[in-house]
Design a protein around this ligand. Structure first.
Ligand code: ADP
Length: 484
């Protein structure tokens, strides 16, 4: 067992400095594996939020960042990516200690963080804008101008990686940022801010304020903010959408999911088992993209279930800092209570536990596979955000589509089939922002990412991020017919 005894602190990052809260208050950072406090985090209150937004506003209005030009901005962002890469091990350990993810998965997430910063630094350099030539005497083109001050609010399940999807494009397009990480995963946001200072970012370009929902509410209701980008629960997304709506500023919301994972008879069985296991048990199911509703065609059902259950049983729970651990605890006491509440009601809802079904030691929950739960049960309909998958057999493609589309969510879906026509045909039928075919979790940063229905508003990625983080301006010019 690993104990963290260091008296670390994670401050806010405001105007190019790491600072304590204005009133000196802090809250604890808890390691969910040991359930011990291992650090103190600056508590963001009104004075801290005000200082961070003021710093971001001043940096934006002075033109020290937007006026730098995309070449120099991209070079600084690429430098930040290099520093994050240099610190991979420290950052990965920090996330594992903070929220319980197995260390190998944390390393993977930091690698993707580096890739995200590099991608958006490059993207801003190679972006083209539309020109609208005309033969009626005018000529129009588009300028993408930085929107201003961006507030980014992030969740705890992939802390730095999800923060980078917001921070990197916002910065690349010339905005300044106030980032609020989740109160359950504060460490790496401060570490990112420290590295931005080391990289030589101008003061106030990247600010970090810590705290929970109250701090987030102060940030999202401030009149000096031009964009809000949020990843988190649908319930909080609604509150933030209202805050943005009342001030008429654009908001991007990546919210919850109840992903359908559909395995057809003609699937590559081992591949389907591998990715289905990843889709619900990676990060202990604390993934908005989780394949938490699994539909298996009748002809392959028994063979699939045998291997799927074996794969779930082969997961190795333990200290997430141990290299061999593949399954960590849940991220917090509060979240553990929520997930175990679903475990306790499986049988009462008519379900049969095939494997798992119990809370383990500490904040662990067993990898759990359940059959027999109807489409109206809470387990089937609600986002559990834990390692619990509901399996339902089906016969026809149409039946599978109706089942897959049968929730208010629509973040993503997964399909397994070796039939090319079916793969395309079925993907088109799915109500989802992303469909993975014969794989899972791969993100092409040029492609749109976001959800439909209760899973969100807006898209991130490539030009979609550019549209959100800029004000596209049309320049329309008259061209005289007269030659000199
Ligand atoms: P979870 O319940 O999984 O933590 P939340 O949606 O509550 O999901 O949290 C995601 C992020 O939103 C966190 O950074 C959290 O502090 C923040 N948050 C929670 N409530 C609010 C709110 N009312 N306004 C702004 N941010 C909030």
């Amino acid at each position: 067992m690993t104990t963290e005894t260091t008296a670390q602190t994670f401050g806010h990052i405001i105007a190019g400095k790491e600072v304590a809260a204005a009133d000196g208050s802090t809250f604890p950072a808890i390691n969910p594996y040991t359930q011990q406090e291992y650090a103190r985090v600056a508590q963001g209150r009104a004075a801290d939020v005000d200082a961070a937004i003021q710093a971001a506003r001043a940096a934006f209005d002075s033109g020290v960042w937007s006026g730098l030009g995309y070449g120099k901005r991209s070079a600084l962002i690429a430098r930040l990516a290099d520093l994050i890469e240099r610190e991979t091990e420290a950052l990965a350990r920090a996330e594992t200690i903070d929220m319980g993810k197995p260390i190998a998965q944390s390393r993977h997430d930091i690698g993707r963080t580096v890739a995200n910063f590099r991608f958006f630094a490059d993207h801003a350099k190679v972006s083209e804008s539309a020109v609208y030539p005309s033969d009626t005497g005018h000529h129009a083109y588009t300028r993408y101008e930085a929107a201003g001050v961006v507030v980014a609010i992030a969740p705890w399940n992939f802390p730095m990686m999800l923060e980078s999807w917001k921070v990197a494009p916002a910065l690349a397009w010339g905005n300044t940022v106030v980032l609020k990480p989740s109160e359950d995963s504060s460490a790496t946001a401060t570490m990112m801010g420290r590295l931005a200072i080391e990289a030589g970012f101008p003061d106030g370009v990247l600010n970090v304020v810590h705290g929970a929902g109250e701090t987030g509410g102060l940030l999202t209701s401030d009149d000096r903010v031009d964009r809000i980008t949020f990843t988190g629960s649908s319930a909080t997304g609604r509150i933030i959408a209202q805050a943005a709506g009342s001030r008429l500023i654009p908001v991007s919301l990546e919210l919850g999911g109840k992903g359908a994972n559909v395995v057809f008879d003609d699937a590559d069985l081992d591949n389907a088992v591998h990715w289905s296991c990843e889709a619900i048990f990676r990060n202990a199911g604390q993934v908005c993209l989780a394949g938490s509703r699994l539909f298996v065609q009748r002809g392959i059902y028994d063979a699939f279930m045998e291997k799927f259950v074996a794969a779930a049983k082969a997961l190795v729970p333990g200290d997430p800092l141990n290299e061999g651990t593949t399954f960590g605890p849940l991220a917090s006491v509060k979240h553990h209570k929520k997930v175990t509440g679903y475990l306790d009601t499986i049988e009462a809802n008519g379900g049969t536990v095939v494997t798992g079904g119990r809370a383990g030691d500490g904040l662990f929950v067993e990898p759990t596979i359940v059959t027999g739960l109807g489409t109206d049960t809470p387990h089937y309909r609600e986002e559990i955000f834990g390692p619990l998958v509901v399996v339902t057999p089906f016969d026809t493609e149409d039946e599978a589509a109706a089942l897959a589309n049968g929730t208010p969510y629509g973040l993503n879906a997964i399909e397994f089939t070796e039939n090319l026509s079916r793969a395309h045909r079925f993907a088109a039928k799915l109500k989802a922002g992303t469909v993975w075919t014969n794989t899972f979790f791969i993100r092409d940063l040029r492609a749109p990412f976001g959800g439909v229905g209760h899973s969100g508003v807006g898209r991130e990625g490539g030009n979609f991020s550019r549209e959100f983080f800029t004000e596209p301006k049309a320049i329309v010019m008259q061209i005289s017919d007269e030659s000199e």
